[in-house]
Design a protein around this ligand. Structure first.
Ligand SMILES: C[S@@+](CC[C@H](N)C(=O)[O-])C[C@H]1O[C@@H](n2cnc3c(N)ncnc32)[C@H](O)[C@@H]1O
Length: 409
């Protein structure tokens, strides 16, 4: 049903529906403490979507306009609140039961009293904080989840590195404009990953974010049986996995920790500056390599790409695949760890549609729908052997091999 145009014919039915719903939501809000025990994730997500739709329909045009216009402040306020440690003070207040006074926060952060109150009021309206009495606040259960080092990095990445670039999308789409949002925002032709190589602080922040962002979700190794499917019969000289563009190497490390008995080498490849900063990991070899040049490691069981193809246009992806074809033997497979979006969109695409725009604005890349993956592999002359979803956010492990078999053993 179209949520905007449809309406009930009978006002009494509508009034009763409002009353029932309001009563149920009030009861839900007073009993549900951010604890989904007993409710399956599918049901939780469906309810979330239904609430979001209901909330969009309930808004007046003025409310919609103000919500949209001020929406960047959610990120901006959380950047300040995590970066200045405000959420930590408020979470301590929650734990101790003693509210945190604005004068205390002003002294600790150096932020002016009036600005702090406005920040805290915004956090209250996001249900992250609650006002206990005038000028006294306390964190909620949501505050606890956001007051972590990983969240500081996440909000800093999006606020400092991405938000200024996103705001150039409109300009980048103007007739005759060929630059991406990234190129306009930075007034450069240097592409993001090359630029970050010479901006070590930003590069390190970004890679900390990449390392941590999915740590609470199932992993690609929950989607496949690596030991049976790929490592069977491998000797210690064989290359088990090449983690192409593997960043800090957390996925290689995960493989080693989940399958400590699998024989074979694990090689982490990325740009030189990234590998210099990456931690040393046990039983993982580092090798600087540009994936736009021919893959030097021949005959690996698996060439693994997580979040590489979405950073690249179809043309670039075809070049990357072509650069791997000569290295692959009949034992080799490419595993692509990426989102496969549904061919028909739905309201649950709130996060993934924004992710796709982010890829386009920065890299001329995109999150691909199933039909786009099929078309890309067809154009690259690769065959999709398997496509397995392992999270509720469309993350899939896609196994591909060259369609024209390599003549090597
Ligand atoms: C989105 S990150 C993904 C990192 C890692 N695979 C992960 O999932 O956490 C993309 C990675 O590709 C690397 N990269 C970008 N261009 C590259 C190139 N031409 N050759 C090799 N690696 C590259 C980046 O340095 C970065 O580590």
């Amino acid at each position: 049903m179209d949520p905007v145009t449809s309406s009930s014919n009978d006002p009494m039915v509508l009034i009763r529906t409002f009353e029932d719903l309001f009563g149920q939501l009030k009861s839900f809000n007073s009993t549900y403490g951010r604890d989904p025990r007993g409710v399956d994730d599918e049901t939780r997500k469906e309810l979330l979507e239904a609430c979001r739709k209901a909330s969009a329909v309930l808004e007046t045009p003025f409310e919609t306009m103000q919500r949209v216009n001020y929406s960047p402040f959610t990120l901006i306020v959380l950047r300040v609140a995590t970066g200045y440690g405000i959420l930590n003070f408020l979470d301590e207040a929650r734990l101790s039961g003693v509210p945190c006074k604005v004068v205390h926060l002003a002294k600790e952060t150096g932020i002016e009293h009036g600005v702090l109150v406005a920040l805290l009021d915004r956090l209250c309206s996001e249900f992250i904080v609650r006002e206990v009495s005038p000028d006294e606040y306390m964190g909620t259960a949501i505050c606890k989840d956001l007051a972590t080092p990983e969240m500081i990095d996440a909000f800093a990445t999006f606020h400092d590195l991405l938000l200024p670039v996103w705001s150039q999308l409109y300009k980048s789409l103007a007739p005759g404009e060929t630059r991406t949002g990234w190129e306009i925002a930075h007034n450069t032709e240097i592409q993001p990953y090359q630029w970050w190589e010479s901006h070590p602080e930003d590069g390190a922040l970004l890679h900390r974010y990449f390392t941590a962002q999915f740590k609470d979700l199932p992993s690609w190794l929950d989607g496949i049986d690596f030991a049976i499917g790929f490592a069977k019969g491998a000797s210690s000289e064989d290359v088990l996995l090449v983690d192409v563009g593997g960043g800090n190497g957390q996925e290689s490390e995960l493989l080693r920790s989940k399958f400590p008995d699998c024989l074979g080498r694990v090689i982490l490849q990325d740009l030189p500056a990234v590998l210099e900063r990456a931690p040393e990991l046990k039983r993982i070899e580092k090798m600087a390599h540009d994936y736009f040049t021919e893959q030097p490691v021949h005959g690996a069981r698996v060439y693994y790409f997580r979040q590489i193809f979405h950073n690249n246009s179809d043309e670039n992806c075809i070049a990357i695949l072509s650069n791997h074809r000569p290295a692959m033997t009949s034992h080799s497979v490419i595993l692509i760890d990426e989102k496969v979006l549904p061919d028909v969109t739905d309201a649950s695409q709130l996060y993934t549609s924004a992710l796709s725009l982010n890829m386009s604005i920065n890299f001329r890349g995109l999150e691909r729908k199933k039909r786009q993956w099929l078309k890309l592999m067809e154009a690259a002359d690769f065959e999709i052997r398997d496509m397995r979803r392992y999270t509720a956010f469309g993350d899939c492990i896609i196994s591909v091999v060259p369609r024209t078999a390599n003549t090597q053993a």
